[in-house]
Design a protein around this ligand. Structure first.
Ligand code: PLP
Length: 363
């Protein structure tokens, strides 16, 4: 038996190590996972109640069209219902976009390093991947524009970029979009947008209204704290969203996810509080990195990529032995680790552990 030739070389996704596994392997009782940019403050209490309220409907298929959630979110964002599509995480929306638009021979442009799912799904569709190195940890939009030609189908912009945390500004994006030809679909992945207060950060919804060829992607996995439920969405022009809907599986988001997402949108106090606590956490980490003489990419989301000036694998291992799970091993950033902003206590434990590890490695 032979699978599609273009998937033979694909790796199986390597997630951040699960907490239970690390505890078992290293004989630790307390482990802090700062590897997957999850919300350290959990999720809204309203969301939990909404999940419980759905329990009795467990035997019934969900509403495939997510009508109630669509309505609530459309109002919240100020867009029309036919401009939204939901997926099992925005990961699935990425998959559906690739499935709907890419065929063998199409070109698709993305940054290197960036979120791996763009490349992964484009490879499954046998598209030609065109990667453009980051410049100082930022998307190099002029260089990406220069790679666009008549075969280009999709350009992926991760804003803020995962793993570096940097943003493209409104001005940079305006310049880029004014020059991208209309046959090219531009994906703005805004998984962390709710964390950002900076006036130079472009709001994808504004761009969707202005450009038919733009889709913004968002998720309930990050600031909303619903990662386990798997729900995210795309915002775009009705015609483009319709194409993506045509490849969607009938019941791709669950009742619990839809209900919890809906309740979360109606509990903005929780989101505001998470944004503020994240801001404090970022402030603390930046101060501490400064004290330790470590440079970092200017962070905008709920994670920081910091140059630990040692092989990242060694620092990762040292942190792991102290019960902290980080992320490391990027091709172009051999001495950087990516760390999620945790609770105050978690951040302090991380800095303490990092300081010990770096001291150990220095001798
Ligand atoms: C976390 C993340 C996503 C997707 O998360 P889902 O859980 O699938 O919604 C998408 N893009 C980026 C950049 C992310 O960091």
């Amino acid at each position: 038996m032979q699978p599609k030739s273009n998937i033979v070389h694909l790796p199986v996704y390597q997630p951040g190590k699960p907490i239970e596994e690390v505890k078992r392997e290293l004989g630790l009782t307390e482990v802090i996972k700062l590897a997957s940019n999850e919300n350290p403050f959990g999720c809204s209490e309203h969301a939990k109640q909404a999940i419980v309220a759905e329990l009795d409907n467990t035997s019934l298929y969900p509403d495939g069209g997510a009508v109630a959630l669509t309505q609530t979110l459309a109002e919240h964002l100020g867009v029309n219902s036919d401009q939204l599509i939901f997926g099992a995480g925005s990961d699935e929306v990425i998959l559906m976009i690739a499935r709907a638009f890419l065929v063998k021979g199409d070109e698709t442009v993305m940054a290197d390093e960036t979120f791996p799912q763009y490349k992964h799904n484009a490879e499954i569709e046998h598209a030609t991947i065109v990667e453009v190195p980051l410049k100082d940890g930022k998307h190099d939009l002029p260089a990406m524009l220069a790679k666009v030609n008549e075969r280009t189908k999709i350009v992926w912009i991760c804003n803020p970029n995962n793993p570096t945390g940097t943003i493209v500004t409104r001005e940079e994006l305006d310049e880029f979009l004014s020059k991208v030809p209309p046959h090219v679909l531009v994906i703005l992945d805004e998984a962390y947008c709710e964390y950002i207060n900076d006036p130079s950060y472009p709001d994808g919804v504004d761009y969707v209204k202005q450009y038919k060829n733009v889709i913004a992607l968002r998720t309930f996995s990050k600031i909303y704290g619903l990662a386990s439920l798997r729900i995210g969405y795309g915002i775009g022009h009705p015609e483009i969203i319709r194409y993506v809907n045509q490849v969607r599986e009938p019941f791709n988001t669950t009742r619990y996810a839809q209900a919890a997402a809906r309740a979360s949108i109606q509990d903005m106090a929780f989101i505001t509080s998470c944004r503020e606590r994240n801001e404090e956490g970022l402030q603390y980490l930046k101060e501490q990195f400064g004290r330790l003489g470590l440079s970092y990419f200017k962070p905008y989301g709920n994670f920081v990529m910091v140059d630990v000036k040692q092989p990242s694998q060694a620092v990762f291992d040292g942190l792991l032995r102290r019960g902290i799970i980080a992320r490391a091993r990027w091709t172009y950033y051999p001495t950087h680790i990516r760390i999620t902003v945790g609770s105050r206590e978690q951040n302090e434990k991380f800095i303490q552990a990092l300081e010990q590890v770096l001291r150990e490695l220095a001798v």
